[in-house]
Design a protein around this ligand. Structure first.
Ligand SMILES: Cc1cc2nc3c(=O)[nH]c(=O)nc-3n(C[C@H](O)[C@H](O)[C@H](O)COP(=O)(O)OP(=O)(O)OC[C@H]3O[C@@H](n4cnc5c(N)ncnc54)[C@H](O)[C@@H]3O)c2cc1C
Ligand code: FES
Ligand code: FES
Length: 1344
């Protein structure tokens, strides 16, 4: 290796020169830790979330132009950036200088809640605008396809960004009339202020004004550094060498040098985009001492068009390929470009834009991963690979023979892929590409396929047929028999049946296939062929050579779902005209920190600068589900570089336990482990990389114990339950069941859910060096509990432990419990070492350790009459609590207490049992058992409707609570009027009856696509059923300059609690919101606060802030009356000089909610939030794909304090529910190991999952006398509305089944994944994919 090269690149216009750049360092950590630019966020570290998106600009020597593109900073090694300019969110604008319009608009449009995804969103949009200042909506959709947001539901982000769209877009903006005509920026309107509804003079649809937007000003953009341009033009042609601590990297400039290197170091991987090798090295610990970077070789990047088609260099990015192909399909005759069209279809939904910008064509093929999509389609297109080595060049066909095994090709180690020929199609060749994944976009496919048939000119006879599948085995598969035997046959029905029969034999999907789903994959393989058959028939019929026929309804098989940009209306009631304009309560006000979040200035715990001497902690977790710990040996780890110490139970000076309502849970497992992922110890090292590596060297010896089981069913068999069990009953269920006209006994299973807050859990523990004081900067929803636990673990009084919570990058209930244990462990390490210790869980560990929403099984027996009236229901809820109780009992309480939803079922019994299994302990998650409890009841309603042959909405309607004085099944009185209003208004706004008819019509004329529509009402209890939690506290200080500091016990996690607190303080104190500030949540300022949870945060904190402000006003009142002409500042000063305290605490004692579980009755909730939701979906019966067409929500939030934030909660919660009930699927291995540990395996909703039309209306004229300013809590209820998508899917499947003569009553568990949809739409193809025969085979994963 020659001497190391100097790495030169620019960050935000500043030159970076690294003399000893480490090849293992990726841009994300470099920016965050070396440059101190923390705006770019870590969300997953594997390219799957987009939080780390930045723009890279390079000078393209060949095209003599600067190109801008987004990249994923977590996978971009810095050494591959030589000569590039990086722009981060901090580089485009700031609150100190000037915001960039992208930053301003996402903020003002309420597109930033917790703000953790916001910088990534901003950079994706910014880069789009750099390349195309007037983008289309489709451009925006494409640009944001690789950015996840867990809070907003995406709609407001789109609303902010669509203001940049071309003027022809109905809702777009022409940027100050550039395209002629009147501009929205001038007339200040976003749609109309009012709609045509009954309350038209009071209802607004304007969540943000558009009249104060900054115009897009390209002069604000950083220019590409001229120095880099000169450098690139004068490039010497020398290779670059980088030497790291462990890994060396060579970046040759010349092809010949690359070939020499490959000959010399055949086992060194060649990287370009690093999107395959990167995750392996970074996340899976694969080690390569030498890596060769081939991204500087121009021959590998060449794109040439010749007589026969395209030759694309192996190092061309997928985006480059996409751009080339997009151009040619527009410019060239259709028959030549059929293959390219098919390729485009695949490219457009392959990964996200950032990954496509980095990932290369060669890398995609040679990674030899069957879930990568390109090989199947390129093989079908008869592509040729040109492979080169020192010994010369050879060409090999891209077909199944190229792939030797998973991850292996037949290329010799010293060979390099130079280029790929992708030929034009010939006139009588027909091509298609298919893929089906967990999510339509930004997800690896379960199965991908490329198919091409050549027909003898002027006939319908097959000349040749190529079919390739990725995903039916470890390598690309060509069903040879099928391809051979169909040659010379007429492309007609006989060929179809023969083809399917042959495929059945030819495609052998092993039941033990990696990733499971063998039956589904095989079904897809045959279904794709069926689609292809029809597509070709259609094209041949157009040419008049086919007399093959199929019914018109079959055409629906062909049209793929189009991803659309979500649009919709949001409406809310305006405040009365008499309300002073400075009083912002009731008005849609921007999140207090939105600008800081959009500029990357907002600080999350891991953004805090290094504390002097800081160490990093990494957890060592159990690999066994149930075992005795024989020995923990950290000796190897302690020898690793940078290693400082190992901590475990013996190091805890206080109590090694987390105590929660008298239920202890160990911080460190001491003698026995009870789940995979349980913390056994932790390594503490100088850096996170060192800590991560050392953790792998801690050796734990176990002795496996019995029993070990993971599922609810197994727990029932073992009678393994936690106490207490619950029962609530009204009426006489057993008697009523005897009199009912019909009885239905069934069950529904609902899988769990991962929080997937974008910011992973973590804390920084800083010992203060005296009196055992310790400060913790922590992402917790429950600062007081964290403080208490840290104190207990250290054996130190709480008054010496201070928790600071600035903000959370999302919480959703997941940062209440486990974070307290993590904080205590980190504090123990800080105590032991006497140094600050930082803990920042990697995404995979976060998912493994912290767990999520409980899986539930609801078993029910229902008595109902012919008209759909339910006379009795007996439901037993089983939840999987995991290995410790955590919050499971309270969560079960909530499920049981919510079981009646909006229905007056006169005889109703609910039992709740928490199962104890050997899984990581399940915990709180937005909705807290409500979504599960409600789901089972709605399943009952749905199934009764099906059995009665009635529309489900009718059965819901007929069973609904209606009397003004109604009682829940736990005897809590309530008035359901506003629930019924929501329901009626929702059905009306959704035009339900007409659309139901339209759905039926659609279904009767489309065989392979079906639609379903479903609506549910909701009654959701707000507040804690443990009455003492319903309290809030605040501290309000007024300073002599008149400024006000509001501190409260709530935590800001995106829901806007601080914004609402400021609005409230502003109303009471009558000072502008600009004079009021909330800094952080701090246990030193407001002690003993309840968690921010149960939708109760604003209720509790708002009242407390009001109380404190009112106290202050009472003190100031005499001065104000004495000198009414004075200003606020003068009054405040006067008060100071009169020795009046300008600091006040506020307190809110909520209602005494409680349930007497002996009797099963009580006032469980403070009040109920109501709502109703209606959704329509379309499913593809052949693939299981589904599209969310439209959702209408009417929500009763009382008198909203901030309609923008409340609508944001509704939309965000709903979309989280869409994930819960449709695509989010956690997979546990038969050994109880969580396999889905990152966004590549676990799919939360992306932009493509939001209904194309999403309308949210806040119920007008609704008031809630029980909460602050007549408002209602809203955080949790909307999650359940995601179930409308589930029931609409179920209705659509039922339509398909009915048509095939199958019963419309069938089981479907949640989530309704593509696999379940496809397999429930039973047909001739599912029958062909016979289930795995070997009964002894362990399943791939368990329904836990
Ligand atoms: C979050 C994420 C989502 C993704 N989603 C999808 C998806 O939906 N569909 C899909 O198809 N793919 C998907 N991918 C995979 C992605 O397309 C591939 O990782 C990418 O194409 C590999 O190219 P690369 O340049 O980044 O490869 P690198 O990681 O740089 O290299 C990959 C491999 O290819 C070899 N190699 C590369 N070029 C050559 C060459 N010229 N000669 C010899 N060997 C070579 C290397 O030795 C190495 O083994 C996804 C990846 C990520 C990270
Ligand atoms: S952190 Fe880079 S994509 Fe998730
Ligand atoms: S605002 Fe998008 S993840 Fe929180």
């Amino acid at each position: 290796m020659s001497s190391p090269s100097e790495l030169i690149f620019f960050v935000n216009g500043k030159k970076v020169v690294e003399k000893n750049a480490d090849p293992e360092e990726v841009l994300l950590s470099f920016l965050r830790r070396k440059v101190g630019l923390t705006g770019t966020k870590y969300g997953c570290g594997g390219g799957g979330c987009g939080a780390c998106t930045v723009m890279v600009s390079t000078y393209d020597r060949n095209q003599r132009t600067v190109v801008h593109y987004t990249v994923i900073a977590c996978l971009q090694p810095i050494v591959t950036l030589h000569g590039a300019a990086v722009v981060t969110v901090e580089g485009i604008g700031s609150t100190k200088t000037k915001l960039h319009p992208v930053q301003e608009r996402i903020a003002k449009a309420h597109g930033s809640q917790c703000g953790f995804c916001t910088p990534g969103m901003v950079m994706s949009m910014y880069t789009l605008l750099r390349n195309k200042p007037q983008p289309t909506m489709e451009d925006i959709r494409e640009a944001l396809g690789g950015n996840l947001c867990r809070c907003t539901g995406y709609r407001p982000i789109i609303d902010g960004f669509k203001t940049f769209c071309e003027s022809e877009q109905s809702s777009g903006c022409c940027q100050n009339g550039r395209a002629g005509g009147e501009c929205c920026l001038e007339n200040g309107a976003k749609g109309s202020k009012t709609n045509n509804s009954k309350e038209s003079d009071q209802i607004s649809q304007e969540l943000f004004p558009m009249d104060c937007f900054l115009p897009l000003d390209p002069s604000q953009d950083l220019i590409f550094p001229p120095e880099l341009m000169i450098m690139e033009k004068k490039v010497s042609g020398d290779a670059l060498y980088f030497q790291g601590e462990r890994v060396n990297l060579v970046a040759p400039f010349k092809l010949s040098h690359l070939l020499e290197l490959k000959a010399e170091h055949p086992s060194a991987p060649l990287i370009v985009g690093n999107t395959t090798i990167g995750p392996k090295m970074l996340l899976k610990g694969v080690y390569h001492p030498l890596v060769i970077y081939a991204g500087r070789i121009s021959e590998l990047k060449a794109v040439t068009w010749g007589e026969t088609g395209l030759t694309v260099g192996a190092a061309c990015s997928l985006s480059t390929l996409q751009k080339e192909v997009e151009k040619v399909v527009v410019e060239t005759e259709e028959e030549k470009t059929r293959g390219y069209r098919a390729l485009l279809q695949t490219l457009r939904c392959l990964a996200g834009k950032q990954i496509r910008n980095m990932a290369t064509v060669g890398g995609n093929i040679l990674s030899a991963n069957p879930k990568y999509d390109l090989s199947s389609v390129l093989a079908a297109l008869d592509c040729t690979l040109h492979v080169i080595s020192k010994d010369g060049m050879r060409s090999i066909p891209l077909d199944e023979k190229l792939f030797a095994d998973f991850g292996k090709t037949v290329l010799r180690p010293e060979e390099v892929l130079l280029s790929i020929d992708i030929p034009y199609t010939k006139p009588w060749e027909f091509v298609a590409a298919y893929r089906q994944a967990q999510r339509r976009e930004f997800a690896f496919s379960f199965l991908n396929a490329g198919m091409k048939v050549a027909i003898k000119e002027g006939t319908d006879v097959v000349e040749s047929l190529s079919i390739y599948y990725g995903g039916v085995g470890p390598t690309l598969v060509k069903p040879k028999l099928t391809c051979q035997q169909l040659v010379s046959r007429s492309w007609g029905e006989d060929l179809l049946s023969e083809g399917c029969r042959l495929l059945k034999e030819d495609v052998d999907v092993s039941p033990s296939i990696h990733g499971g789903r063998a039956e589904f994959r095989k079904t897809l393989a045959i279904s794709f062929f069926f689609k292809f058959y029809m597509q070709v028939v259609l094209e041949m019929r157009e040419r008049g050579v086919s007399d093959a026929d199929f019914p018109l309804e079959y055409l629906s098989a062909l049209k793929p779902f189009k991803n659309e940009v979500p649009q919709g209306q949001q409406s809310f009631q305006l405040v009365s005209e008499a309300q002073p304009s400075a009083d912002l309560v009731g008005r849609p006000s921007m999140h207090q920190s939105a600008f800081q979040q959009a500029t990357g200035e907002a600080k999350y715990y891991d953004d805090l600068p290094l504390v002097q001497g800081e160490l990093f902690i990494f957890m060592v977790t159990s690999t066994r589900a149930h075992a005795k710990i024989i020995n923990i040996d950290p000796s190897e780890a302690l020898k690793m570089p940078g290693m400082v110490t190992f901590v475990s139970a013996g190091d805890v000076p206080g109590a090694n336990c987390r105590l929660w309502f008298n239920n202890p849970e160990e911080l460190f497992a001491e003698e026995e482990v009870v789940c995979v992922g349980q913390i056994i110890g932790a390594v503490v090292a100088e850096s996170r990389e060192q800590a991560r590596r050392a953790a792998k060297e801690v050796h734990v010896t176990y002795h496996d114990l019995q029993p070990v089981f993971f599922t609810i069913e197994d727990a029932i068999r073992h009678e393994s339950y936690f106490e207490p069990k619950r029962k609530v009953e009204r009426g006489d269920v057993d008697e009523a069941l005897k009199t009912a006209e019909h009885i239905l006994e069934d069950e529904i299973y609902m899988g769990g859910q991962e929080h997937f807050y974008m910011e992973t859990q973590g804390v920084i523990a800083v010992p203060k060096g005296e009196h055992e004081e310790m400060d913790l900067f922590v992402a917790t929803q429950h600062a007081a509990f964290t403080q208490e636990l840290v104190g207990m673990a250290l054996g130190v009084d709480s008054n010496k432990i201070t928790c600071h919570v600035k903000r959370l990058g999302g919480g959703f209930g997941g940062k209440v419990m486990k974070i307290a244990s993590l904080s205590a462990i980190t504090a123990v390490a800080a105590h032991k070492t006497g140094r600050a210790v930082r803990c920042c869980l990697e995404r995979g560990d976060d998912m493994l350790i912290t767990s999520g929403r409980h899986p539930f099984l609801g078993k029910y027996k229902v008595g109902y009459n012919n008209d759909g009236t339910i006379v009795a229901a007996d439901i037993t809820y089983y939840s999987n609590g995991g290995s410790t109780l955590d919050e499971s009992a309270f969560i079960m309480d909530k499920a049981v207490l919510h079981m009646d939803n909006g229905y007056k079922i006169p005889n109703l019994r609910g039992r709740g049992v928490v199962c104890k299994t050997y899984l990581p302990s399940y915990t709180a998650f937005r909705g807290f058992g409500g979504p599960q409890g409600l789901m089972v009841m709605e399943s009952v309603l749905h199934e009764v409707a099906v059995r009665c042959g009635l529309p489900a909405e009718k059965v819901r309607d007929i069973n609904m609570y209606r009397e003004e004085q109604s009682y829940t099944h736990h005897k809590q009185p309530f008035n359901p009027t506003d629930m019924v209003r929501c329901w009626d208004e929702c059905l009306e706004r959704a035009n339900y009856q007409d659309r139901l008819r339209a759905v039926q019509l659609f279904n009767s004329s489309n065989r392979w696509k079906k639609r379903g529509i479903s609506a549910v009402p909701q009654k959701f209890g707000v507040g804690f059923s443990k009455g003492f939690c319903n309290q809030g506290a605040a501290l309000v200080n007024i300073y002599k300059d008149g400024s006000v500091l509001v501190t409260h016990g709530g935590t800001e996690m995106g829901q806007g609690i601080n914004t609402k607190a400021i609005q409230i303080a502003s109303r009471v104190l009558k000072v502008p919101v600009s004079s009021i500030f909330t800094k952080e949540t701090c246990t030193g300022n407001v002690p003993n606060a309840a968690p921010s949870a149960a939708s109760f945060g604003t209720d509790a904190v708002g009242m407390a802030v009001k109380d404190a402000c009112e106290k202050l006003m009472r003190r100031l009142q005499p001065l104000m009356e004495k000198n009414p002409q004075n200003t606020w500042k003068q009054w405040v000063n006067e008060a100071f000089f009169q020795k009046t305290s300008l600091s006040a605490t506020g307190f809110f004692m909520g209602p005494p909610t409680d349930v007497d579980w002996e009797k099963g009755e009580g006032q469980a909730y403070y009040y109920f939030t109501f709502g109703a939701c209606c959704s329509e979906v379309e499913i593809d019966c052949l693939t299981g794909d589904h599209k969310n067409i439209r959702t209408d929500i009417v929500m009763d939030v009382g008198k909203s304090i901030n309609p923008a934030l409340d609508i944001g909660q509704v939309e965000g919660g709903f979309v989280q529910g869409v994930g819960l009930y449709t695509i989010e699927e956690l997979q546990f291995s038969p050994d109880g190991v969580l396999m889905t540990r990152g966004p590549s395996q676990y799919k939360v909703p992306a932009l493509c999952d939001v209904p194309a039309e999403l309308n949210v209306h806040l119920l007008a004229n609704a008031e809630n006398p029980h909460a602050i300013y007549l408002s209602k809590g809203i955080g949790e209820p909307p999650v359940f509305f995601g179930s409308t998508i589930f029931f609409a899917i179920k209705a659509a499947i039922a339509a398909a089944r009915t048509e095939r003569g199958l019963g419309d009553a069938f089981p479907l568990s949640s989530p309704a994944t593509a696999e379940k949809i496809r397999m429930a739409c039973q047909d001739e193809f599912t029958k062909m994919a016979s289930p795995p025969t070997d009964g002894a085979m362990a399943p791939w994963c368990l329904d836990v």
